[in-house]
Write a protein that binds this ligand. Structure first.
Ligand code: AMP
Length: 191
């Protein structure tokens, strides 16, 4: 069993690298952003609440997202036998603490945090390009800047949090997608 967090700023390539990790390690993918976007598409109450935050580039409140995560974990126990890759969660220290408790209650833990490190100007360019290609509503220059600010204020402290636990693995997130993945692979294989 391998439980990992793919960590990094918006636009750092978490989704792209998650796809490759899942294929290679047969992990179950939990992307809280995908769960929220799916709820928005289906017009659920959760989707309606989440949309306001997402469109502003703000984080959805911790209590809400932690409940959602617990639910997704429990609904997919059978699919997660090889482990889970958490993508876009945790994004705050309280979320990380909640994740630790949720996993401990289920007899497991996080093995490693794969941190994709990408310079700021490259992040904005990537996000805006993704918005043009996919039409994702929160991928525009203005929201991108807000999301990066939120990342620096609320999410980046998690790097030190996981470094203290000896779980953080820094990965250079610039270059060819396959080369980045090879670095991730050798990191995970040496755990
Ligand atoms: P993502 O697809 O991971 O970039 O997430 C898109 C948006 O969904 C974020 O900008 C937040 O508004 C919201 N979101 C996703 N995951 C979380 C989380 N763990 N905590 C709070 N908000 C989240």
């Amino acid at each position: 069993m391998l439980n990992i967090i793919i960590f990094g700023a918006p636009g750092s390539g978490k989704g792209t690298q998650s796809d490759k990790i899942i294929e290679n390690y047969r992990l179950f993918h939990i992307s809280t952003g995908d769960v929220l976007r799916d709820n928005i598409r289906r017009g659920t109450d959760l989707g309606k609440t989440a949309k306001g935050y997402i469109d502003q580039g703000q984080l959805v409140p911790d209590e809400l997202i932690i409940d959602i995560l617990a639910q997704v974990l429990d609904e997919n126990k059978d699919k997660a036998t090889e482990g889970v890759i958490f993508d876009g969660f945790p994004r705050t220290i309280p979320q990380a603490e909640a994740l630790e408790r949720l996993l401990a209650d289920r007899g497991t833990h996080i093995d490693a945090v794969v941190g994709l490190e990408v310079p700021e100007d490259e992040l904005i360019q990537r996000i805006v390009l993704r918005g043009q290609e996919s039409g994702r509503a929160d991928d525009n220059a203005e929201t991108a800047r807000k999301r990066l600010e939120v990342y620096h204020n609320q999410t980046s402290p998690l790097k030190a949090y996981y470094e203290e636990q000896g779980k953080y693995r820094a990965i250079q997130g610039v270059g060819e997608i396959d080369d980045i993945f090879e670095t991730i692979k050798s990191t995970l294989d040496s755990l």
